[in-house]
Design a binder for this molecule. Structure first.
Ligand code: SAM
Length: 286
């Protein structure tokens, strides 16, 4: 089996297949043995596990996932990668390659089709141009996920794991808190990739909660409230919510609701806990 963590092997593949890395598809391939092993360990992949990988590239992580898991399904958008990936995985018989855009897949029915009723662990070195939409679509999919372990830009990793009251806290932190427990695992420098990205990366694991962290009357209203509060981050909550114009309520009515819920109208969205957002959205939805 070719050692895909070796820059000289990657160079051989580039010339053999006349392959060029696509910047627009976020093709920065991991060439760091240590980081690859840490991702598999961090994702806690066992031989009974079903794994969904997004963006396998040449298959460097896929080889390790296939060696550790029961079954791996990987979704890769770039059709020019597929013959290289198939060649690099030829020693395994527990994987499936799907040539598709993950954003065009109905993730719930896709995982049900590929893994039946089994729980699924996601493991991926995500393409950075589309990190947040992919994570949101995984979280909102209601698929049978046990955990999502992803490498993303360090700044995004911090936002995923941020607590309220910190500068990194935002809409995505609340979405993560709503569905998961998050853990910031480790950082990976640009030199661990080929070609090296401009930014430092980090790996996080999101463990899906059996029961959502807060019980809200309407999930749609909860996320609408969160989105409105962070759309104008520097504004007070009262101004951000009334400027959003999506609650069908006047500024005075919103002011009264904030008062009734016990939230100072001058606070900013980033200071509210998920529990305060839940109470506020229930009242805004009335
Ligand atoms: N897993 C490999 C590794 O760790 O070296 C490659 C990771 S690279 C950062 C991201 C991969 O995602 C690329 O192979 C890219 O072609 C693929 N990709 C980009 N956009 C995608 C999409 N919308 N759906 C599926 N794969 C995508």
């Amino acid at each position: 089996m070719r050692n895909l963590a070796s820059p000289s092997v990657i160079k051989e593949i580039l010339s053999e297949y006349e392959f060029r890395f696509s910047k627009s598809l976020g093709q920065n391939f991991l060439i760091d043995e240590g980081a690859l092993s840490q991702i598999v360990a961090g994702a806690d992949i066992k031989d009974t596990d079903c794994v969904l990988e997004i963006g396998p590239g040449f298959g460097t992580l896929t080889q390790r996932l296939a060696a550790a898991a029961k079954k791996v399904v990987c979704v890769e958008i770039d059709k020019t990668v597929i013959p290289i990936l198939s060649e690099n995985l030829k020693d395994f018989d527990n994987f499936e390659i799907v040539n598709s855009d993950i954003m065009k897949i109905d993730i719930k029915s896709f995982t049900a089709e590929k893994f039946g009723s089994e729980k699924v662990k996601v493991a991926a070195n995500l393409p950075y141009y589309i990190t947040t939409p992919i994570i949101m679509s995984l979280l909102e999919s209601r698929a049978n996920f046990e955990s999502i372990t992803v490498m993303v830009q360090k700044e995004v990793a911090k936002r995923l794991c941020a607590e309220c009251g910190t500068k990194d806290f935002g809409a995505i932190s609340l979405a993560v808190q709503y569905f998961c427990n998050a853990e910031y695992l480790f950082e990976v420098p640009p030199s661990s990739f080929m070609p090296p990205p401009k930014v430092t990366s980090a790996v996080v694991r999101l463990d899906l909660l059996e029961k959502k962290r807060v019980c809200v009357k309407s999930e749609e209203m909860f996320f609408k409230t969160v989105k409105a509060a962070f759309a104008q981050r520097r504004k007070t909550l009262l101004n951000a919510l009334s400027n959003a114009g999506c609650f069908g309520k006047s500024k005075d009515e919103i002011s009264k609701i904030l008062n009734d819920v016990g939230i100072d109208a001058k606070r900013r969205g980033e200071t509210l806990s998920i529990f305060e957002f839940a109470a506020l959205s229930d009242m805004l939805g009335k």
